[in-house]
Design a protein around this ligand. Structure first.
Ligand code: NDP
Length: 315
């Protein structure tokens, strides 16, 4: 039988970034006995970042991966049942809600907290896909090390691109930064750091036309939007840092979303259009996208879930 249920839980949390783990901490302490599925990247996006300087409570900053280990430990200590596994399908047509894990096991849940976060965006040019893993990367912190002393390129102009360009500038001989407009979106302080770094060369009004290389990245071809001229820069790696998209595809058709796939919540709450389903963190936040706001919304989701379960006589 399809949708054969193998387990029933009171509160199912999907995702293991700051939102998911904070929801797990609150839900555990409220005795909701949450089960949390970590997804394919346990700890979420912070596990591929370096120093986190803006999370309150760490006066000297903390490394992203270490912070996420702390989040997990705290949730586990409170009693959350933390499991490795990916939610692959949902059926929210009736209560209890149903969530499929790893394309096989179905779990019934009285409440679901969606905290699946967001993932890196790609340019969408064929050479980017072909050379992915062969010099093309969306994570400077993960892969920059392999290009020590080499020339590399990075595309993007937000805080992520700025942060990653600075990170790469400490490892690589030159960082060629490709910016599509005549200005950056990154915060002023990050922009200043980029501009004042000698070995970061910014190419304004420039778009990536192609990434060149047979088996590995050898150069990037860019086009100046104003002069319409093309130029080729020899590089060993090409880093993509052009933002993120919400990991919400499995909820399409069930949960209300905006045109870019961000889950809509009722303002001031973590409630979605489906009773008993709550959303927290980057999957429902295209504005702030910070670890601390994600954690805050994870707390809201757990409190909303607790109230909902109480009202339904399920807690
Ligand atoms: P953003 O959406 O802020 O920036 C994306 C950048 O990529 C923009 O500059 C955009 O250009 C550019 N871009 C998008 N598509 C393309 C394309 N096809 N070709 C070329 N360039 C493209 O994403 P970020 O990941 O940088 O940041 C997300 C959020 O996280 C932000 O709120 C940011 O402040 C925050 N953040 C904070 C950090 C910190 O505080 N330490 C560190 C990292 C992120 P355009 O400007 O022209 O649209």
């Amino acid at each position: 039988m399809e949708n054969q249920v193998s387990e029933k839980v009171n509160c199912l949390i999907i995702g293991s970034g700051p939102a998911g783990y904070t929801a797990a901490i609150y839900a555990s302490r409220a005795n909701l006995k949450p089960v949390l599925y970590q997804g394919i990247q346990p700890g979420g996006q912070l596990t591929i970042t370096t120093e986190v300087e803006n999370y309150p409570g760490y006066p000297d900053g903390i490394q992203g991966p270490e912070m996420m280990v702390n989040f997990e430990k705290q949730a586990a200590r409170m009693g959350a049942d933390i499991r490795y596994g990916l939610a692959t399908k949902v059926d929210f047509s009736s209560h209890p809600l149903k969530v499929q894990i790893d394309e096989e096991k179905w779990i019934e849940a009285n409440s679901v907290i969606i905290s699946t976060g967001a993932s890196a965006k790609w340019l969408g040019i064929p050479s980017e896909q072909r050379l992915n893993g062969f010099g093309v990367s969306a994570c400077a912190v993960c892969d920059g090390f392999f290009f020590k002393g080499k020339e590399v390129a990075i595309v993007g102009a937000g805080d992520t691109a700025a942060e990653e360009a600075l990170y790469l500038s400490k490892l690589c001989s030159t960082v060629h930064m490709i910016v599509r407009r005549d200005q950056m979106r990154a915060s002023k302080v990050m922009q200043d750091r980029v501009i004042n770094t000698d070995n970061i060369k910014v190419y304004w009004n420039s778009e990536t036309d192609d990434i060149i290389g047979e088996k590995k990245v050898e150069a990037v071809k860019i086009k100046n939007n104003q002069t319409k001229e093309f130029s080729t820069i020899p590089v060993s790696a090409f880093f993509v840092a052009i933002g993120h998209e919400p990991n919400s595809s499995i909820f399409k058709g069930w949960i209300d979303m905006d045109e870019t796939g961000y889950i809509k919540t009722i303002p001031g709450t973590a409630k979605t259009n489906i009773l008993g389903v709550f959303a927290a963190g980057d999957v429902q936040d295209k504005n702030y996208r910070q670890a601390v706001t994600a954690a805050g919304s994870g707390c809201m989701a757990a409190l909303d879930a607790e109230r909902y379960l109480g009202e339904q006589g399920l807690h």
